[in-house]
Every structure is written in C-alpha cells, then in structure tokens.
Design a protein around this ligand. Structure first.
Ligand SMILES: NC(=O)c1ccc[n+]([C@@H]2O[C@H](COP(=O)([O-])OP(=O)(O)OC[C@H]3O[C@@H](n4cnc5c(N)ncnc54)[C@H](OP(=O)(O)O)[C@@H]3O)[C@@H](O)[C@H]2O)c1
Length: 266
C-alpha cells in the first residue's frame, strides 16, 4: 500500500519549488485529494496537469489565492472543505514570501514590506490552521509548517523573513501544545538550502549547484503526512539532516512511556 493512500491534503505555495515537489510526491504516494494554493493560476494549473498525468486517481483542486489577505485564506479553507466533503487530513503551510531582494537591514526595512512578509508567512498559517482544525478533530490529522534556519538564528539582512519564521516556530510549538491529546499533530520542518526561486533571490551571488534539489527533501514530509508518524507531535525536523533520528527517538520515547504506564492506568 502506498503511504498516503486515501489522504486529503492541502499544500500552500504548491505552484513551484518545494510545494510543487511535495504535491507531485504526495500524488505518487497515493493521496486521494490535493488542494493546491498559490497566487499565479497559470503555474498552479500546470502542476494540476502534471499530477493528473502522474496519478489520474488523485483529485486535484487548484485554488489561486493571495494568502496575504485573511479573506483569501478563509475562502481557501471553505472551498477545500466544500470540495473534500469536510475532510482534510494534512495541511502543509509552505507558501512564503522572502521580502525585498536584495534584502535590506532592519534599519532600512520598508514597513509595508515587513507587514506583507508577516501576513504571508505567519498570519496565513495561523488563520488557515484555525479554520481547518475543527474539521480535523473527528479523525485526527497532521499539520506541517515549513520553517528555516533563519527562524532560529537572527542572520543580518534576513529581516522580516527570518522574524516571520521565528514566529512560525512559536506558532507551531503553541499549536502542538494546545492540540495535545486531540489526535491532531503539529510538526515543523526546515528543508535546508534548496535550489529554488526563493533561494536564488535571497543569495543572487550564491552557487545554486551547492543547494539541494527540492525532490531530494520530500521524504521527511511524506513521513509526517503519513500514519507512520501518528505519535509524533511538537517536533522540529531538518529535512536534509537528522530527521530520521528525531523521528526514531520520538517513536521510541512514546513506546517507553506506553510501556511504563502502571497497570490499571491505561
Ligand atoms: N529555498 C530554500 O533554500 C529554503 C530554505 C529554508 C526554508 N525554505 C522554506 O521552504 C518553503 C518553500 O520555499 P521555496 O524555496 O520552494 O520558495 P519558492 O520557490 O519561492 O515558492 C514559494 C511558493 O509560495 C507561493 N506564494 C508566495 N507568496 C504567496 C502568497 N502571498 N499567497 C499564496 N502563495 C504564495 C508561490 O507561488 P506564487 O508566487 O504563485 O504565489 C510559490 O508557490 C518556504 O516556506 C521557505 O521559507 C526554503
């Protein structure tokens, strides 16, 4: 059996880069339905066509939307729930804005750009999750937020982007804590340096040959979207590094805790 057989999955930022690659891989892994979100309809429809030829059984909903606007986030959640008969099993909050390129220092950072980045990278995942959690309570589910090492270290010049990812890390931890015991798990993944439009804009003088192909980092995401990770929540993963050991350690810990429950307490 494929690992995501029957899953209904929403991915933001699915028109290119990592999000597109996740959509293709999730379809390959048997996802029953995919809701794909990004601003540019043409690129999104192209990904829908790619999935249709790769996995004709996967239902694909392509929703052009600018997630910077709360009304658009609400429309995405409502349209997905309506199309998928109220069932969403997995949400990947992947869409992200870098902000101005070249990246200004905070002293020079335009306020409107700062707000735009936070609206896209932090407020949208908060609101989308809040809209979808009630429908997930009955069956459980998996929320995967895409973070960055700029979300744990304050690099000069990474301004609003890094700060939004610091916020996303806190948002993820808080959701995970508040949803503990509900069957809805929340984890966050740093995909590492990828050869995508975003990274090329962030480091125009860098060597893209040194950055990973997004196709090489999808495994951690498939794991977190699948039932194999059912006991795992509140964890940070690095898709190019130690994600398997984090997963194994957490699964072992859950097993030990289960085994050590005194008789009569289960
Ligand atoms: N690339 C890296 O090296 C790297 C490293 C660490 C973390 N990350 C994280 O990995 C994730 C994917 O990054 P990537 O490199 O694949 O980026 P990317 O190639 O720039 O793709 C970003 C995606 O987000 C969508 N998007 C951007 N703003 C949006 C908005 N306002 N509303 C809806 N969709 C929007 C884009 O589509 P439209 O333009 O059509 O809207 C696109 O589909 C991001 O969360 C990023 O922060 C990337």
């Amino acid at each position: 059996m494929k690992r995501l057989e029957g899953k209904h999955i929403l991915i933001t930022g699915a028109s290119k880069g990592l999000g597109r690659q996740l959509a293709l891989e999730f379809a390959r892994e048997g996802a029953a339905a995919l809701s794909l979100v990004a601003r540019h309809a043409d690129r999104l429809y192209q990904v829908r066509e790619e999935i249709r030829s790769l996995s004709p059984r996967t239902r694909v909903l392509a929703l052009p939307a600018d997630l910077r606007h709360s009304k658009a986030v609400e429309r995405v959640a409502a349209a997905t729930l309506a199309e998928f008969e109220g069932r969403v099993d997995v949400v990947v909050n992947n869409a992200s804005a870098l902000g101005p390129s070249p990246m200004p220092y905070l002293l020079d950072y335009p306020l409107e750009e700062f707000r735009r980045v936070l609206d896209t990278n932090l407020i949208a995942p908060f609101l989308l999750t809040r809209k979808l959690v009630p429908g997930m309570l009955a069956r459980g589910g998996s929320i995967i937020n895409v973070t960055s090492d700029a979300g744990v270290t304050g690099y000069p010049g990474w301004g609003a982007y890094g700060i939004s990812k610091f916020g996303l890390e806190g948002l993820s931890q808080t959701w995970a804590a508040e949803l503990e015991g509900t069957g809805i798990r929340v984890n966050w993944v740093d995909p590492g340096n990828l050869n995508t439009d975003m990274h090329r804009a962030a480091e125009p003088d860098g060597d893209p040959a040194e950055w990973a192909d997004p196709a090489s980092v999808t495994e951690a995401f498939v794991y977190l979207a699948s039932d194999a990770s059912a006991p795992v929540s509140g964890k940070r993963f690095r898709a190019q590094e130690d994600w398997l050991s984090v997963a194994a350690a957490d699964e072992a810990k859950q097993g030990t805790e289960r085994d050590s429950v005194p008789a009569g307490r289960e």
